[in-house]
Write a protein that binds this ligand. Structure first.
Ligand code: GLA
Length: 388
């Protein structure tokens, strides 16, 4: 891989002296969806697929970006003083631009241009965080190239800031945190209210994590993500008129049921209900996993999907078809949509001996009902960013 990337770099930019090669993973969330901007818990893990970069300082005041995934876009060049979001002009390069702009916000950390070639093997717009992977990769590569100090948690926070303020998607911290803090064979149980976290080993022995990509494209910016977020904020404001809380994640199911009518709006009650119940499900799921009770973990995954479908309304026919078909296949311990929703991927835990049957049954049903194929990935849990 490294040789191939360097060869391409040489062809595109010329020379490979002083080049360094970096990698940042993608992520999949096992449970705890749309809880991270509600002060709740999430349980994601980093994957072994992700994004690679060859990077070097170029001695100019211009950054040059090139993606092997979007070759027809050529090199995107932008002056360090002119890092401004432009969807049409810069396209995918807005992500590294956003990160560099945040790195230089208070002090000049990136004080000369870089040449930056990237290649990703995360399916694009699939809900496996190809954009957060690229953000964390950029921050990590810049830290190594320019030698400033920044912890991995701060890299996650800075990358989230780039997404919020530069790209304009009001996402939570889950993706960037899962990627920056990834650990092989472990998921991360993260309390998004405090950023306290704990690694939990995922030892499935006789089962695998199977990701199904619906191939229904989804860009967070185009989706109703920001709308869901503000619906939850409105619900929280109403609750705060009668109870002193900072976030929906502070409530348990019983407290929510007693207080929910103050929200006043039926839709917003359902949105807040999802946030509260999903957070509690995540806590219970991690307890079950620690106790070796994978069956309960799977049931909670299934309940999570139903809540995202009925109360949060972020699934859609593609994801529902995959998940509902998954539930009919023998050996499926649990299945749900993962990520923001509205397209993208599902995640299932499937017994080893049933994986082939799973792929065939879900694949056939999906193609027949939706009219195009889904893709399947049996994935492994990998580490956070690194230099190769
Ligand atoms: C996207 C966001 C995350 C999180 C999920 C939903 O992946 O980037 O912050 O909100 O959606 O759980």
């Amino acid at each position: 891989m490294k040789e191939k990337l360097l060869e391409e770099f040489e062809r595109v930019f010329g020379g490979t002296d002083d080049c360094r090669v970096f990698f940042a993973p993608g992520r999949v969330n096992l449970i705890g969806e749309h809880t991270d901007y509600n002060g709740g818990h999430v349980f994601p893990c980093a994957l072994t697929i992700g994004t690679y970069a060859v990077a070097r300082k170029n001695g100019m005041d211009t950054c040059r970006f090139y993606s092997m995934n979007f070759v027809n876009q050529g090199i995107k060049a932008v002056n360090l003083d002119e890092l401004e979001y432009d969807k049409e002009e810069y396209n995918w390069a807005n992500y590294p631009m956003g990160v560099i702009s945040m790195l230089n916000e208070k002090e000049t950390r990136v004080n000369e241009g870089i040449d930056f070639l990237v290649y990703g093997n995360i399916p694009n717009a699939s809900g496996l965080s190809s954009s957060a992977s690229l953000e964390v990769l950029t921050a990590f590569a810049c830290r190594e190239l320019f030698g400033f100090e920044m912890s991995l948690v701060d890299i996650a926070l800075l990358s989230q800031r780039a997404e919020n303020r530069f790209i304009g998607v009001n996402c939570g911290i889950m993706d960037q945190f899962a990627i920056a803090m990834g650990k092989k064979n472990n998921a991360i149980f993260l309390d998004t209210a405090t950023l306290k976290y704990e690694y939990a080993p995922i030892e499935l022995k006789d089962a695998k994590i199977v990701i199904t990509c619906s191939n229904k494209k989804r860009g967070l910016g185009d989706s109703k993500y920001n709308e869901r977020r503000s619906e939850c904020e409105d619900a929280l404001k109403s609750i705060q008129t009668v109870k002193k809380i900072e976030s929906l994640g502070e409530l348990n199911e019983k407290e929510f049921e007693e207080i929910k009518n103050v929200i006043g709006d039926e839709v917003k009650i359902r949105r807040a209900k999802h946030a509260v119940y999903e957070n509690q499900r995540t806590i219970k799921a991690v307890d079950a996993l620690k106790a070796g009770d994978i069956k309960t973990f799977g049931e909670l995954m299934n309940a999570s999907h139903l809540s995202l479908q009925k109360d949060y309304e972020v699934t859609g026919i593609e994801l529902d078809t995959i998940v509902e078909t998954s539930w009919t296949v023998p050996g499926v311990i649990g299945a749900r949509m993962t990520g923001a929703g509205f397209g993208g991927c599902t995640v299932a835990i499937v017994k080893n001996e049933n994986v082939d049957e799973y792929i065939k049954t879900v694949g056939d049903t999906y193609l027949k009902k939706i009219g195009y194929a889904a893709d399947f990935y049996t994935v492994e849990i990998g580490d956070g960013p690194k230099e190769l």
